[in-house]
Design a protein around this ligand. Structure first.
Ligand code: LLP
Length: 473
């Protein structure tokens, strides 16, 4: 059947979505003006808070020794010589410590931390976390397959995501995942039907949209009305009651996730309050819930003078909210676990000095790290070895990709010359996992450093890899 021609004109469409464009524009403008005015006062970060005597800050394994930046016990120039650039370099020690900060926080009390695989799904990274007992938050059949291959426990997997396909739901039912975070009435029906066909009951939490404004980049805010994510709060109670009657569904909890890199506590608190109120109402109506899932979004300090909320304190508050309702707290941090454990090593190819700018053109671009282009994200860029024979000057660090958005950092004070190595810091999260082959650029190698040993955990793609799936008729 031919699809019906849309009769909606541009004007009608605007009437249909009266606030869509304007509210998005306002959100973008608001974000940038808040960011510009944000105080860059140095204040305590949750991960540096002492809690029950435990220091939570992971000491970065990326430190200078004799003026050369190292990853644990290996000098980065040595890694570049052995594996070439661009190169993702991860520290097993920082990753482990970073995970354990979360795990240790609630030791002895029921809780579940599910690492959000989308932040970095490289198998060896997942394996390190699986061995530490991590749970996993996944959003696709591909992520499920990765976690299982890396040795993750299927019972500790939460399947999130707004558009789960039938085959993905079946794959997850077959694997026996611990929970499906369902985002719509239609998904609930589909899951019920598929579970019944397999003579299973699917463990479910309803992901609600708490309608809070997370103070973060508009592209990574998910918990406001107008976002595609979650079930409208006003409809969630009725849907939960329906879910509790479905024979293929075992309703076990409620969930939310309001965005990523949220640098204020209030949105977290407000969302948590709304979610807990919903859980309380459902409990009053006789539903035996097991857990409250507050999602991820916990911020990372990308800039040294950035002021961040006390995440440990916040997590304690969330935990207390769940405990007061006799529910298990679940969280799904991605960035905060893995960002500080990785850097992206790059080499300066050229310096280009124009009337207006000084460019350091490096061998990585938005294909390896898209965050600056996509979110105007700021990553510290360090010189691997400082130079005595050149003065530092302000320059834009840009990549070779044919897009004006292809930059890594603007206005950075660097003395680097062609051939020098730079390290783009805190790129363990949403770096390699968002890489692409645009401009026919092979994906780069990744190494995991453990003390004085470096293991290649993803080999550099070859030109044959690039074309391996294509067919010339
Ligand atoms: N749970 C759900 C349902 C999510 O959608 C996400 C992230 C997380 C947990 C983990 O959030 P985290 O703790 O990592 O903030 N590419 C963007 C971030 C997108 C996050 C998407 N969802 C970036 O590079 O900033």
């Amino acid at each position: 059947m031919r699809p019906e021609r849309s009769t909606v004109s541009a004007g009608d469409a605007a009437a249909h979505y009266p606030t869509h464009a304007s509210s998005h524009d306002a959100r973008v403008a608001g974000y940038y003006s808040r960011r510009a005015h944000r105080r860059h006062a140095f204040c305590a970060d949750g991960f540096q808070t002492k809690l029950t005597g435990v220091v939570l800050a992971p000491v970065s394994a990326f430190q200078y020794r004799d003026s050369v930046l190292h990853a644990e016990d290996i000098a980065l120039p040595q890694l570049a010589a052995a594996h070439n650039t661009p190169l993702y370099v991860y520290s097993r020690r920082t990753l482990t410590e970073s995970w354990e900060r979360f795990a240790r926080l609630f030791k002895g009390t029921p809780h579940q931390v599910c690492y959000a695989v989308k932040a970095n799904g490289t198998l060896a990274i997942l394996q390190v976390l699986a061995k530490l007992g991590a749970g996993f938050d996944i959003v696709s059949g591909g992520e499920l397959a990765r976690v299982l291959r890396a040795g993750g426990d299927p019972h500790k997997i939460v399947f999130s995501g707004v558009g789960k396909r039938r085959d993905e739901l079946e794959q997850a039912l077959a694997a026996g995942v611990g929970c499906f975070n369902v985002e719509s009435a239609a998904e609930l029906d589909r899951l019920n039907e598929l579970a019944l066909a397999r003579k299973q009951q699917a463990p479910v939490a309803l992901r609600v949209n708490p309608d809070v404004d997370a103070d973060t980049h508009p592209h990574i805010a998910t918990g406001h009305s107008g976002a595609k994510f979650g079930i409208e709060l006003s409809k969630a109670e009725a849907l939960a009651m329906q879910a509790s009657q479905l024979p293929g569904i075992q309703l076990e909890g409620v969930a939310c996730h309001i965005g990523s890199q949220i640098t204020a506590v209030e949105p977290f608190r407000e969302a948590a309050r709304r979610l807990t109120d919903l859980a309380a109402r459902l409990q009053t109506r006789g539903l035996a819930l097991k857990h409250l899932d507050f999602g991820g979004g916990f911020p990372v300090r990308y800039q040294q003078n950035e002021s961040l909320p006390e995440v440990a304190t916040l997590l304690n508050e969330l935990h207390a909210l769940a405990e007061a309702r006799s529910l298990i707290m679940r969280i799904a941090p991605g960035r905060a676990v893995v960002a500080p454990a990785g850097l992206l090593l790059t080499r300066v190819e050229y310096l280009k000095i124009t009337a207006q700018r000084r460019f350091a053109i490096v061998d990585v671009g938005m294909t390896e790290l898209i965050r600056p282009a996509l979110y105007d994200a700021w990553h510290e860029i360090r010189e691997v070895q400082s130079r005595k024979d050149a003065t530092a000057e302000l320059c834009d660090v840009v990549g070779p990709v044919c897009e004006s958005a292809d930059f890594l950092g603007r206005g950075r004070r660097l003395a680097a010359q062609p051939g020098d190595l730079l390290a783009i810091m805190d790129t363990g999260a949403y770096g390699a996992s968002m890489a692409s082959n645009y401009n026919a650029r092979p994906r780069v190698a990744e190494v995991l450093v453990d003390g004085a040993r470096a293991t290649v955990i993803r080999r550099r793609e070859t030109l044959d890899d690039l074309m391996a799936h294509e067919i010339l008729p």
